[in-house]
Ligand binder design. Sequence first.
Ligand SMILES: [Zn+2]
Length: 339
Amino acid sequence: MRGVILHAPGDVRVEERDDPTIIEPTDAIIRVTATCICGSDLWPYRGVEDVHDAVMGHEYVGVVEEIGADVRTVKVGDFVVGSFWASDNTCEICRSGYQAYCVHRVLMGTLGTQSERARIPLADGTLVATPGMPDDDLVPSLLAASDVLGTGWFAAVAAEAGPGKTVAVVGDGAVGLLGVLAAKQLGAERIIAMSRHADRQALARRFGATDIVEERGAAGVARIKELTGGLGAHSVIEAVGTQESMMQAVHSTRPGGHMGFVGVSHDVALPGDDMFMAGIHLHGGPAPVRRFLPELVRLIWDREIDPGQVFDLTLPLDQAAEGYRAMDERRATKVLLTV
Ligand SMILES: [Zn+2]
């Protein structure tokens, strides 16, 4: 089969890979219908993370082609969505809603879903089947549920977005934008998107943002305070992962408020004195997308939400290198690869 290999920073190639096979009786093999490039794929692409001949991709939707002997809840022919962590969904951590930390978890990026087929470990726990074969226009939204929507949703839940709350969102990538959508769905009263890109501001407004703040850093914090009677937001979503964005989020949260941070952290060090004086709740990390998948699939299937709008470039898998370039150069927010 064909699949993306990142040979070295900046060197993306689509090459022949071995077809996946059932290894464990709990595995399923899917024919990937659509996959995508994640903001987190840019870290190795830019050489911030070490990389050498790596398979790539952890987001996927597709059709089940083969199942192992112990797979019970998904069957051949099902259209399925799964999280970027494979999880059994039965261990104590999974049952508490933290499937990204399953005691048997497997990171899908290590198997690489930017490919024609993929092996899905722990298929019963990992995959959620849709009610039938989706219309083509639903596929981008279902694919978004695999990571960026689920992650934005978790961030909004972790930040306790809800009725009567003012939510501020730091980061206007796909996750930040879908954090806006999630906050809206969860009933937030006011949603402030922090973005300086006109197209992303427009999408944030379509997803439910009521205010836009273009300033960053201390100026961004000052603007959030100004918009919230000097108090800061009740709920803040952090969806970048840099020192500046984390501190912008911390200082934008009012005392007693909640911050959900889901940007993959790179060299962030939280100063003890700032954290001590902030008096806020912090919750974040890799999102337990699987917790939310059944509800997200239902909302998409019933056309109540349209998260697939975050994809602003669609390319065939063979042109993955152009997709990486477009995201790296910020010509695209999120690239969908058709297989
Ligand atoms: Zn588990």
